[in-house]
Ligand binder design. Structure first.
Ligand code: NAI
Length: 720
């Protein structure tokens, strides 16, 4: 039996005390799917701490367990919307200091405190747990403990920078804070982040026993578990100096100077390594204040909020009416089919991979299995889970096994008659409610579905290669697609952990269309004699994950030409691929897949730009500067994005920005393609396009929407 001394019904947090005087501080935000530490929740925590202090003073409490009332989810972190609302550095610093004060108040309670972590524990949740005397975690795979703040362009600001190194040691703290990667319960125990791991399915008894041991004084608070080498590195001034220098070098390589937060986190840990606690907390709050209003954090926070918004692009009623996909047929076991099958199996769906060729099928199954292995190495799931997921995939050459599936994803060769045929075969093999999706890159969904008896069940699910890395899936609504098919496909994408963006059934959909002029212009620059590496370096310096020549190598020249032609035909010549690619294909160059692209490849590894290309390209002319190369490649993308927006290929500039980041790796720190254009200024973008059109041709002519916005000093996106 428990008493509930303070439990206003709408409270996100309550205190329960049992007959033995063991208190439970239970986080449970009724209206939200996860617990977050909004300022309201923190205020409530502060109030309850006051109550706890007086109960402790009266001898009513012997220990306190901090836990979540949500199933398999502890606390997901601060409320990111509030981060977006911080106006200036001082407000950011003050918010950080306020959180620190409350957590330190928890730390000072005169009874032992135990955080019970079952499920996601991120950011502020981890910092809260770090201010408890002990931590117990469950062995559930959803239990992950981390400080992902750098991914939002900030540092942990509720004491994480101060407490984590003092709990797990400097090296592990650096690793966790700089990568932002959460660790599962078992690893957390190994590094001393938690004191005990208990089975998720029967956690209460071992938890109670642990609390009893703590009360009886039978458990010592964990010390960082360091060997001799680690002690020398972490506990001596020269050792620490070396550690910080190595971390700085690594971070500089990884962030390429675009992301300030990891470097600033190192500064904080270095400045506070030997400092007093008060100084250390103050330094952390200052760093948070500086970063939180910077451009990079603003952009990363925007991207995070957009990714949340994307999940709600379909109204909740419609989503709830959607069928849950339990079994998936993937047709075509090529590059994409193998990846999509792995994705479905990883999401615990029964998955049937079908091909017409046994060898192709075997290769697809091997590829899917290798991806599952990779996920184990990346600690996405464990060996045992991998076995269960692998067992969910089967291969077949016949439609018999496909018959009972809820959803088919077609990923066969990119030829309309073949896809039409496959769709017809699927319709006759599968049940009347099965949804048929195509992964086509450039064909029309309506055309693929044209010969179906019920074309309304057809939808596009356009995945990006490599599927296991790229977070975006374009969900294509064709003219005739019915709401149920769309919602079912959309929900399936959500269930796999990918981010869906709904797009119209226009050639190239959204992402490939916006990318087409970028790749086309790259070809034209090459034809003018600008070297491969000069172009790639210019775009990498902008923050692109790889240059456009490298991207063409990865995509494959034949694929790029095919998609470019489809788009040029359906939309306009400005999207035509460069004729250079045709010549290269004639010479037997296809890109990375046959080891011959703009770059040389040996044993699958890249070896620099291929000198053999020089003879096929004009002699290097006067080189445009990097700025001009960027304008030539990026501004036509902005222009095409404006047209796509005008044609309602996508619902908003926000969703367009998200799609380009999640589908192509457009640099997140720039906030998105259109957000970037807004920061440059649309009048300037327009002027540059007019100048480029005069110099290089009509393909640069500014889009009507861009001109309209520039004319009235407008922007594509709303400032956040
Ligand atoms: P792929 O050529 O690697 O694989 C195609 C597979 O389909 C082959 O194994 C082939 O044996 C099989 N196949 C052919 N006809 C079939 C039939 N009637 N029934 C069952 N299987 C059949 O092709 P890839 O690259 O995997 O592309 C597949 C689809 O995905 C294409 O529509 C492509 O445009 C699209 N796509 C490709 C991307 C990429 O980067 N490769 C990215 C996004 C979409």
């Amino acid at each position: 039996m428990t008493s509930s001394p303070s439990r206003p019904t709408d409270s996100p947090l309550r205190l329960e005390i049992d007959l033995d005087g063991i208190g439970s501080l239970v986080f449970e935000r009724a209206e939200a799917s996860v617990n977050t530490l909004s300022s309201g929740v923190l205020r409530r925590l502060d109030e309850l701490l006051g109550e706890l202090e007086s109960r402790i003073a009266n001898g009513q409490l012997t220990a306190l367990v901090v836990r979540s009332g949500k199933e398999a989810s502890f606390i997901a972190g601060a409320d990111v919307r509030e981060i977006a609302d911080v106006r200036d550095a001082e407000e950011g610093r003050a918010a950080s200091a306020a959180g620190q004060r409350i957590f330190r108040r928890l730390e000072r309670l005169r009874v032992p405190t135990v955080a019970f972590i079952d499920g996601t524990c991120l950011g502020g949740g981890t910092e809260l747990a770090l201010h408890c005397d002990f931590r117990v975690a469950t062995d559930r795979s959803a239990t992950r403990i981390g400080l992902p703040e750098v991914r939002l362009g900030i540092v942990p600001g509720f004491g994480g920078c101060v407490k984590l190194p003092r709990t797990v040691g400097l090296q592990r703290a650096l690793e966790m804070i700089l990568s932002g990667r959460p660790v599962p319960g078992a690893r957390a125990a190994r590094i001393g982040l938690v004191d005990r791991v208990v089975p998720a399915h029967a956690a209460e008894r071992p938890l109670a026993e642990f609390v009893a041991d703590v009360i009886a004084g039978r458990v010592d608070p964990a010390e960082p578990r360091l060997g001799l080498r680690d002690r020398l590195l972490e506990r001596t001034a020269p050792g620490r100096k070396l550690l910080f220098a190595l971390s700085r070098r690594r971070v500089a390589g990884e962030t390429k100077g675009f992301y300030p937060a990891p470097g600033r986190a190192i500064d904080v840990l270095e400045a506070t390594a030997g400092a007093s606690l008060d100084e250390a907390y103050a330094e952390e709050a200052r760093a948070l204040g500086e970063l939180v209003t910077g451009e990079v954090s603003r952009s990363l926070v925007r991207v995070f909020l957009l990714s949340q918004a994307a999940k709600k692009e379909l109204p909740a009623e419609q989503l709830e009416a959607a069928d849950r996909v339990e079994s998936v047929a993937v047709i075509g076991a090529g590059v994409m089919g193998g990846e999509i099958a792995e994705l479905a199996a990883a999401a615990d769906r029964t998955t049937v991979l079908k091909d017409i060729d046994q060898e192709a099928l075997d290769a697809g199954l091997r590829h899917a299995a290798a991806l599952l292995d990779k996920a184990v190495r990346a600690r996405v799931f464990n060996e045992e889970e991998r076995g269960l997921k692998l067992a969910r995939i089967s291969g077949t050459l016949s439609y018999d096994e496909v018959a009972g599936c809820d959803l088919a994803v077609e990923a066969v060769v990119e030829r309309l008659p073949v896809k039409q045929q496959v769709f017809r075969e699927l319709e006759s093999a599968m049940g009347p409610d099965a949804v048929l999706a195509s992964n086509t890159s450039a064909l029309s969904i309506a055309a693929i579905a044209a010969r179906l008896e019920r074309p309304g069940r057809a939808v596009g699910l356009h995945f990006f290669n490599p599927v296991h890395k790229m977070p975006l899936v374009e969900v294509v609504r064709a003219e005739g697609t019915d709401d149920r098919a769309l919602a079912t496909a959309f929900r399936f994408v959500l269930d796999t952990g990918k981010t869906p963006v709904i797009v119209a059934d226009r050639p190239g959909f959204l992402v490939n269309r916006v990318l087409a002029p970028y790749l086309g212009e790259t070809g034209r620059l090459l034809e003018e004699g600008v070297p491969v590496e000069t172009i790639d370096a210019a775009l990498r310096a902008f923050g692109m994950p790889m240059g456009p020549c490298r991207l063409l190598d990865e995509v494959g020249f034949d694929v790029a030409v095919h998609a470019g032609r489809e788009m040029a035909e359906g939309i306009g010549e400005r999207l035509a691929p460069s004729s250079l690619l045709d010549r290269l294909i004639e010479e037997g160059r296809l890109g990375r897949k046959n080891g011959r692209g703009f770059y040389r490849y040996e044993d699958g590894r890249s070896r620099g730009a291929d000198p053999a290309l020089t003879g096929m390209l004009p002699p290097a002319g006067p080189e445009p500067d990097a700025e001009e190369i960027r304008r030539r490649c990026l501004l036509p993308m902005v222009n095409e994005a404006a047209r796509a927006l005008d044609e309602e290929v996508v619902a908003s500039a926000d969703m367009l920005d998200l799609a380009m980041i999640f589908g192509t790796g457009f640099p997140p720190f720039r906030g998105g393609l259109l957000r970037w254009a807004d920061t440059v200024g649309l009048a300037r973008v327009c002027d540059d396009l007019v100048r480029l059109a005069e110099a290089h041709g009509d393909r640069f002519a500014p889009a009507p929407l861009l001109e309209r916005l520039a004319g009235r000093n407008g922007t594509f996106t709303h400032p956040s």
